[in-house]
Design a protein around this ligand. Sequence first.
Ligand code: ADP
Ligand code: MG
Length: 423
Amino acid sequence: MDGFFTCRLTFRQKGAEIYEAKDGFENMCGYCRDRGYAPVLVFLGLASISCRIFEMAWPQGGKDMKRKVKQLLLTAAGIALLILVVSSFVILVFFPDMLPSASKTQNEASKELFAMDTYITMTAYGRDAETALTEAADKLAALEQLWSVTDPNSDIYAVNHGEGHPIRVSEETSELVSFALQMAEETNGALEPTIYPVLSAWGFTTEEHRVPSETEIAELLGNVGYERVRLEGDTVQLDNGMMLDLGAIGKGYAGDLVAQVVQENGSTSALLNFGGNIQAIGTKPDGSRWRLGLRDPFTGGTLGVLEISNMAVVTSGNYERYFIGEDGKQYGHIIDPATGYPAESGLVSVTIVAGEGRLCDALSTSLFVMGLDKAAEYWKQHPDFEMILITEDGEIDLTEGIADAFTLDSYHSNMRVNVIEYE
Ligand code: ADP
Ligand code: MG
């Protein structure tokens, strides 16, 4: 869901003054080169090489002469070094504006594409940012090919049409399925990776929405049950009639894998936005935290700003993908597996903040199903994430670990905010 979007203005404004700190020698060389000190480094190098050549040419004689030249060169090198240190200090302290923009080493690259049924925007910084994003897009395309429910060549399609036989899948798919089953277990079935038959009956898979009858739902629920998915090594086996749908965790899981690709390509600062699922790598290039706007589920505007670094942020809600039935009721795409009906838990939006996108995505969907009280209980027992919940009656409940990072927009300052605390 589009719960989050980046505050582009702030982001771009600062974008002009970015500098990515690098470690050790690479950092020093890059720094010197950018500031025009390359000639000094070359001079120091030439000085020491000259000494060496002189020594080799006159190994025996001209000892005095050799010493003098050596002293001269060393003195010149020393002076050059002194000038370099003093001028760096003066420029850095008194004339920082004279420094050339660090964007010479720190490219910004952006990519927009449509994949996994959603709009994706990726921005990365670093010398090889362009390559990083090209590889990220390739990775995404490869994952989509594996996990699509509709592509007859995908792993998931093969499993869903395996007619009860074990189907060999790729490593990524078996890990995704394993994670889905683990989270289904943890959330006591609120996350139900085999909900697909019910979801289809509601028309969410084809956009031909309808309200199925109670008997139809009851019958279809007979084909739902994560406990009956058999994952053994790299094979997945479903009972005939069962189907996997990893839509609730696929984007978050892909976010983690794509973020890994971006980092492997040397970018330590990047923001990946998978239709509102955010994967923030490091900080903004200027070292400050990323500023993300939390969407107001009632108006579509901004509710507040969340400042984070090196985190994933995922929002789920029933306010974007829904339909209005002939009975005038609103039906959303997150299904309560206990009933087979769209979840009506009193929540309109659930935002999860954690180190891994996969965890955020799994929990955003399942805690939405659980509702406020059960979600708060779950959080107290699983301290590896933070959350912001918005209730139907316009109240915000957020966990204490995220409270300081979230600022409510001034237009919404009348909204009630409760902080959920460990007891
Ligand atoms: P989005 O994919 O729109 O960002 P979610 O991450 O919350 O939102 O995933 C919702 C999708 O997950 C639905 O469109 C459907 O494919 C699937 N789904 C719906 N209900 C459940 C559920 N209880 N457990 C697992 N998957 C679900
Ligand atoms: Mg989800």
